[in-house]
Design a protein. Structure first.
Ligand SMILES: Cc1ncc(COP(=O)(O)O)c(C=O)c1O
Length: 369
């Protein structure tokens, strides 16, 4: 059996995690604040890190809650805002765990098509004009999971206008924002909003490491207070040890160095993946990502991505089927994550994937003949 190569997991390979920097940050954290690190703490998170995040986003600390990963923040937010039967807008395709979390809460999930420059705002307008009254629109603005697409500045404006007019909250889920390969960063909708329209989430999973489990929410103080109450009732407090380490990692400048390193590695991986696909699998259609972890690939209509999944697995290659990120359809699409594989593994993985595809396509052609 060939060595497994996984394009499935949205996680970094070990070589792009700054383990030495984390050890140094842990030493510093235990040395400088042993009491704060070892106590329960409170559900707002480790106060110095909360302040650091507040400063970054130019908001008051009362507008920030730091959680065990941003997925936990999402869950608290949904607990605070979404009741069974509530309508929630999401992108199509979207992050599978968000879909699951919303569906588990009985939300009426409405998917609106995602375009290479972000959610189709005209389609959203039509959904609203037809009478939809969403509580929330979940938007992943930068290097979207799973598509890798980025929401344009103009669409950010339009979304904010729609949210104000139709009185729904925008949930800006932004864990990949720091991982831009080229061009200037776009303003967050949080920073563009003059009122209480946006709740913002981000994470240190993609810039420090996922195992540290530190993420956060920024939003109106009253809503954050409600989230803090839910958090207290759930777990008293998140991990002070993790947050203390992240705090030192940020203060020492290790964060900026790590981001630079990760960005360069990801840029090389994305380039390698796109070039390998163009060469080995010219049938694949994709939009080259400007940052982040993911590439969305459309194969010719009629491709059985399920059968390809099996054939690729036999060759030791994994990916996630497009259908996992939508409520229906997505049958000829797949998500390839390049975060956890080296350029050499990418070259080899694409060769195997292409061989699996061409073998199946050959069988299909013979069947049709
Ligand atoms: C869009 C999106 N939101 C949230 C998360 C969860 O991040 P965390 O590791 O901070 O829980 C991910 C992780 O892949 C993600 O892609």
């Amino acid at each position: 059996m060939a060595k497994p190569i996984s394009f499935a997991r949205g996680a970094p390979s070990l070589d792009i995690v700054d383990v030495d920097g984390l050890r140094a940050a842990a030493d510093k954290a235990f040395e400088s604040d042993p009491g704060g690190m070892t106590a329960y703490g409170t559900a707002i998170g480790y106060p110095p890190l909360r302040e650091w995040i507040a400063e970054r986003h130019q908001v008051a600390p009362e507008q920030v809650v730091v959680t065990n990963g941003s997925l936990q923040a999402d869950a608290f937010l949904f607990d605070a805002l979404v009741e069974s039967g509530d309508s929630v807008i999401v992108e199509r395709p979207t992050y599978d765990r968000t879909l699951l979390s919303l569906r588990n809460r009985g939300a009426d999930v409405r998917m609106v098509e995602l375009e290479p420059d972000g959610i189709d705002v005209s389609a959203l307008e039509r959904v609203l004009a037809a009478g939809a009254r969403p509580k929330l629109a979940h938007i992943i603005p930068n290097f979207q999971n799973p598509a890798g697409y980025t929401l344009s500045a103009a669409k950010r404006e339009r979304l904010l206008e729609l949210a104000r007019t139709h009185e729904f909250t925008i949930f800006e889920d932004d864990p990949y924002v720091a991982l831009r390969f080229e061009g200037s960063p776009l303003p967050t909708m949080l920073s563009m909003d003059s009122g209480d329209t946006v709740v913002y989430a981000s994470s240190f999973s993609k810039t420090v490491c996922p195992g540290i489990r530190v993420g956060y929410l920024v939003g109106p103080a009253e809503l954050i207070a409600r989230v803090v109450k839910i958090a207290t009732q759930t777990y008293i407090s998140p991990s002070m040890v993790s947050q203390g380490i992240v705090n030192q990692f940020c203060l020492s400048g290790a964060l900026e160095r790590s981001i630079e390193f990760v960005r360069n590695a990801l840029r090389e991986r994305a380039d390698t993946l796109c070039e390998a696909l163009e060469r080995e699998l010219p049938e694949a259609r994709f939009v080259k990502p400007l940052g982040g972890y993911f590439l969305w690939v459309d194969l010719p209509r009629g491709t059985d991505v399920g059968a390809l999944f099996e054939a690729a697995a036999e060759r030791g290659v994994q990916y996630v089927k497009g259908s996992d990120f939508v409520l229906d359809g997505g049958d000829s699409s797949m998500r390839l994550a390049y975060s956890g594989v080296t350029p050499e593994e990418i070259e080899e993985g694409v060769k195997r994937l292409a061989a699996a595809y061409h073998q199946l396509a050959g069988v299909a052609d013979e069947d049709a003949a």
